[in-house]
Ligand binder design. Structure first.
Ligand code: TRP
Length: 337
């Protein structure tokens, strides 16, 4: 990971995950795997940001289903609710109150310069006020749990900067003697692992070149078999370093396996068909347990609901504490007049 400063024991990790789309290998190796590993590094709050999803006005049934499915996928992939709190953003409605308070700690111009908002406008859309205010809600997400470390992709740097600016402005205005919020720092995950997509470009939903983590076996097979490879004759050595199949193999194989496949490539007589078959086997092995767990969770939705309720309860307790302090600090406590 590319964080220059190691975590301190007092650091609180917080990050949001959008309930959109189907998770693919790029999401997993680029971010989710790191979220899950961080659960051993300190106290973590991970939330599925359904309020944020509303800026895209998804059909209600879709929002509901995606929120649930992301919860299932994270649990299946190894997020341990005893270590990290996993919950749905809207189960802690206090976050919207903090967002309102924070909206007065930021110049409107800072929002107009927001990348997503500006992009939408440049593309000729008429973005709603939710998209404009998105970074404020994100700052509230982070700071309501008094999060100080935020694992995110590089595309989120501007939002983290805004959260930092808000924390500083709040502290300066309301708690100058003893800064209440710790200005958060981003823990940028981008390029931890660049996962090649089916066409060799970076795997991304927008390139339509993804393989879902929980792809149906037949679809997985078809997709892997369609990865373009060099036209090296079967008997000749193949170049592992310029091959997307090998790129994927090195993500999921253990060192020994990867080394031996590399040798097979270099020796020749191996062929891309066998390489692809090996990749499929490795992928099935790598995500096999998660696939089983996922099936079980899908069959027992009440287990998922209970886990998420427990996560929300823990998060809400912390959020309530923050809001009690914040209300007092800003003067929303008229009874104390
Ligand atoms: N904006 C983030 C994304 O697009 C999602 C997000 C919402 C988030 N709230 C957050 C990330 C708080 C980190 C912290 O991926």
């Amino acid at each position: 990971m590319s964080d220059p400063q190691p975590l301190k024991s007092t650091d609180i990790i917080s990050s949001g995950v959008k309930p959109t789309g189907i998770l693919h290998y790029g999401n997993y190796f680029g971010a989710i795997r790191q979220y899950i590993e961080l659960q051993d590094a300190g106290e973590a709050f991970y939330f599925i940001v359904d309020y944020h999803a509303l800026t895209m006005t998804p059909p209600p049934a879709e929002l509901r289903a995606n929120t649930f499915r992301i919860a299932v996928d994270f649990l299946a992939l190894g997020l341990d609710p005893d270590k990290a709190s996993l919950f749905v953003q809207s189960d802690v409605p206090e976050v919207t109150e903090l967002a309102w308070i924070f909206s007065n700690c930021l110049a409107a111009g800072d929002l107009e310069r927001g990348v997503s908002y500006k992009d939408a406008k440049q593309r000729g859309q008429t973005p709603n006020a939710g998209l404009l205010n998105y970074p404020i809600l994100q700052a509230a997400d982070i700071l309501i749990y008094r999060g100080s470390v935020v694992p995110v992709g590089k595309d989120q740097s501007q939002n983290i900067e805004i959260a930092t600016r808000i924390a500083n402005r709040f502290n300066h205005r309301y708690s100058a003697d003893e800064p209440y919020f710790v200005p958060p720092r981003g823990w940028i995950l981008e390029d931890v692992a660049v996962v090649p997509g089916l066409d060799g470009q970076k795997m991304s939903k927008s390139y339509d070149n993804t393989i879902a983590i929980f792809e149906e076996p037949e679809v997985l097979r078809k997709k892997v078999m369609s990865i373009p490879t060099a036209s090296t004759p079967l008997a000749e050595p193949m170049d592992p370093d310029n091959d997307h199949v090998f790129g994927l193999i090195s993500l999921v194989g253990d060192d020994e396996t990867v080394a031996s496949i590399r040798e097979s490539y270099l020796k020749g007589g191996f062929g891309f068909k066998r390489a692809k078959e090996t990749l499929i086997e490795l992928l099935e092995g790598y995500f096999g347990e998660a696939r089983e767990r996922r099936k079980e969770l899908m069959a027992n939705p009440e287990v998922v609901r209970d886990v998420m309720a427990a996560g929300a309860e823990k998060a809400r307790a912390r959020a309530t504490e923050t809001m009690r302090d914040v209300r007092e600090l800003v003067g929303l406590d008229w009874r104390n007049a």
